[in-house]
Write a protein that binds this ligand. Structure first.
Ligand code: CO8
Length: 271
């Protein structure tokens, strides 16, 4: 059985962590499969939006597999590092918007996976945390930098330095979760959000994401140059002509910018 599955529903690619018996802990094998699934999704022209979710009742993901690591030498840690970096890097490198659908524990690398996404949908059972300092580590999947950018310096320091867990209500309050939904409905709500985004021009959405991502941390003037390049990419695209024509003709747009002609594709389940 694979530890990571991916499937396409319309234009929404769903990548699922599927190691529920270990609370979706990330072993070297899981990291490798996750990187492969994300690279494939990134390259699929029919995948306009990605949802990252997880199987099982208790956890989105409890982070690195500490049982595997318990037996690991320093050399083993060094060897695993690029495999993990490839997996976390693959989330950040997705050109499409990616939505984390979080239930239960999202700890350590699990929290970092969610932080790597553009939007986080969490249900009432969600518990986030960066407990790395409690096990002699430092968040290494982008956690320090992504928490800093998403939450601001004080809240990032609170999470990273204490390693405490944050429940759903607090996560919503501090901006760690973008949508709070009833228990058991993250999949449905993440999918609705993905479909909403996926109804927009894929060229516009990907370029807007690029502006948001590349602009973070840049001085305003440099950020506005990034926005200008994103604007140009959309403004001189076929999607812009179609989008405005559809508005004037009072009909739904048919986005020609998608290289699959807007048809959508279809991966088999469990691929
Ligand atoms: N790895 C392996 N097994 C785990 C992990 C884990 N991270 N977390 C839980 N488990 C296992 C437990 O050992 C237990 O197994 P068993 O039944 O065989 O004893 C089972 O899952 C259930 O766990 P609990 O009995 O503890 O269940 P509780 O509901 O009481 O508690 C918790 C669940 C809160 C998740 C608790 O188990 C816990 O605190 N786990 C550790 C979480 C943690 O510290 N995660 C951070 C790890 S470090 C990390 O993620 C670094 C990422 C770096 C990325 C680098 C990218 C470049």
């Amino acid at each position: 059985m694979p530890n990571v599955r991916r499937r396409l529903e319309g234009h929404v690619a769903v990548v699922t962590l599927s190691r529920p018996e270990a609370l979706n802990a990330i072993s070297g094998e899981v990291a490798d499969e996750l990187a492969g699934a994300l690279l494939a999704a990134a390259a699929d022209p029919a995948a306009w939006v990605i949802v990252l979710d997880a199987d099982g009742e208790k956890a989105f993901c409890v982070g690195a597999d500490l049982k595997e690591r318990a037996a690991m030498s320093d050399a083993g840690f060094m060897a695993q590092r690029p495999v993990f970096r490839a997996a976390f890097g693959a989330v950040l490198a997705l050109p499409q918007p990616v939505i984390a659908a979080v239930h239960g524990y999202a700890l350590g690398g699990g929290c970092e996976l969610a932080l790597s996404c553009d939007l986080i949908v969490a249900d009432e059972t969600a518990e986030f945390g960066l407990p790395e300092t409690t096990v002699g580590l430092v968040p290494g999947g982008g956690g320090t930098q992504l928490a800093l950018r998403r939450l601001g310096p004080g809240r990032a320091a609170d999470l990273v330095l204490t390693g405490r867990r944050v429940g759903a209500a607090e996560a919503g309050r501090i901006g760690l979760a973008d949508r709070l939904v009833p228990a058991g409905t993250t999949g449905q709500h993440a999918h609705e959000l993905a479909q909403r985004i996926g109804s927009n021009s894929p060229i516009s959405v990907q370029n807007a994401k690029r502006a948001l991502r590349q602009g973070a941390g840049l001085p305003l003037t440099a950020g506005l140059e990034v926005e200008d390049s994103a604007w140009r990419a959309a403004a001189f695209s076929a999607d812009r002509k179609e989008g405005i024509a559809a508005f004037v003709e009072k009909r739904e747009p048919r986005w020609p910018g998608a290289s699959d002609g807007g048809r959508g594709g279809g991966w088999g389940a469990g691929e």
